[in-house]
Design a protein around this ligand. Structure first.
Ligand code: DLL
Length: 430
């Protein structure tokens, strides 16, 4: 099913000429921003120098820190009275990043979300419960207006009060839910405790953080949904940048709206299809806050062209962020790999926390995971057996020795938004 078949299935040549036209317009639009006027002049680039799509490589990257330095409105390319909404991303340190939208931006964004949801078979007949934060986070209002555009029945339930969320699913006959995968896992636990029926559910849209294939299987089984991965970031409107089609093998990126490159995060060099690196995006349809070659920090790769759904080239699911990657005794570890291992072990639950310490100059990784009472005899010997098993599975997958602590079911934190499962305490050690 298509929301805008012509644009979603544009032939390569037509797409390239549309991208080039929009790229030139975007570069011109950025000249309203002091930072970009300086940035382009330092690199000796004029709009006329962008003659082909490859010319984009002449333009230097834009980094998250540049946006932070422009706080609050330094990156707006239109007067503030043309900005009808702002969102912010909460950074872990310092000032947040501010994103502005014109009325046209909001319309473009809602349209991209509508494309995504229509692609997976959602229609105006669906009842949609949007269980994410409705404030400065882009997931709430972003999906809300996209869903309304399709004509779905929207329940803006936001986060919190999980029992009430479950009652609403049953009472309103909700067919489609949207939340972070970690909240979906919590929702399924609470529904099980309540012996609640979630029979009306058919589709789960999960995103805003990395999640593994094992997590997908687990959510599908527990919630009775088909689960789709949704990717986006506030700087590029929010959700809606890339989304899985019913094939669920990679995410379609909307190439008429986003020009993408994959680079080696260390050298900035372009990588080929099939090589994993950092996603760099130049949005082609943003008015209030155009960006050039924005470094997302997200790790993925371009996949081979030719999905049977006939839409364009896909990217692989995001494995993590270049800055979330833990380097433990020289070995690269993404939290999603740990999740993948733990979810395959029936004796433990699906919640975990990872702590990283430096002890006598050596990195130590401690993984706290809840025991699953259904598969645990209660004997001390069984506890030792399970612990050994988890250590072994983690070692086999990560090639790393970890300390595993088995904890009581329900004792680890649950998350309503993005999960924070890693606490790196190495900086605290003197
Ligand atoms: O998380 C937008 C969003 C809302 C996407 C709802 C999907 C659903 P930010 O808060 O700016 O925006 O965070 C963006 O989250 O750079 C990724 O690191 C991560 N991220 C988003 N989607 C995925 C995903 C929203 N599907 C940052 N898989 C991005 C992995 C994701 N990571």
């Amino acid at each position: 099913m298509f929301w805008d078949k012509k644009i979603e299935t544009l032939k390569r040549d037509e797409l390239k000429s549309l991208q080039l036209k929009r790229l030139k317009k975007t570069v011109r639009q950025t000249l309203n921003v002091d930072f970009y006027r300086q940035h382009l002049s330092n690199a000796r680039i004029r709009v006329e120098d962008i003659r082909t799509l490859d010319d984009i490589e002449k333009i230097p990257f834009t980094k998250k820190q540049d946006l932070r330095d422009g706080y609050p409105f330094g990156f707006l390319a239109v007067p503030l009275n043309n900005v009808v909404r702002i969102h912010t991303t909460s950074g872990t340190t310092g000032k947040p990043t501010v994103v502005g939208y014109t009325r046209k931006d909001l319309d473009t964004w809602a349209d991209l979300i509508a494309r995504n949801m229509t692609m997976v078979g959602i229609t105006e007949d669906d009842v949609f419960q949007n269980m994410v934060n409705y404030g400065m986070f882009t997931g709430g209002l972003g999906f809300h207006y996209g869903a309304e555009k399709i004509g779905m029945t929207v329940i803006p339930s936001a986060t919190g009060n999980t029992k009430r969320q479950i009652e609403m699913i049953a009472d309103f006959g909700v067919t489609t839910i949207h939340c972070t995968p970690s909240y979906a896992m919590h929702l399924s636990e609470v529904a099980e405790e309540m012996h609640a029926s979630l029979d009306s559910l058919r589709t789960g849209i999960f995103g805003a953080e990395p999640w593994s294939e094992t997590m997908r299987h687990s959510l599908e089984e527990r919630l009775g949904v088909t689960a789709f991965d949704s990717y986006g970031l506030s700087e590029l409107f929010g959700p809606g940048v890339a989304f899985e089609c019913p094939e669920r093998n990679g995410l379609h990126i909307w190439h008429d709206a986003y020009l993408i490159e994959i680079i080696n995060p260390q050298t900035g060099e372009q990588l080929s299809d099939g090589e994993r690196g950092e996603l760099v995006v130049t949005p082609l349809m943003k008015e209030a806050m155009p960006l050039l070659r924005y470094r997302t920090g997200d790790i993925t790769m371009k996949m081979e062209d030719g999905c049977i759904c006939t839409r364009g080239q896909k990217i692989a699911r995001i494995t993590g962020r270049s800055d979330d990657m833990l380097v433990i005794r020289g070995i690269n570890v993404f939290p999603s790999q740990i999740e993948h291992v733990l979810l395959k072990i029936p004796e433990v639950g699906n919640q975990f926390m990872v702590y990283v310490d430096r002890v006598n100059h050596l990195d130590e990784m401690i993984v706290d995971v809840e025991i699953n009472r259904d598969n645990f005899s209660g004997e001390l010997a069984d506890l030792a057996r399970i612990q050994k098993k988890v250590v072994k599975e983690l070692r086999d997958a990560l090639e790393l020795r970890t300390t595993v602590k088995l904890v009581e079911p329900g004792s680890l934190p649950r998350f309503e938004g993005k999960a924070k499962r890693v606490i790196d305490r190495r900086g605290d050690t003197i």
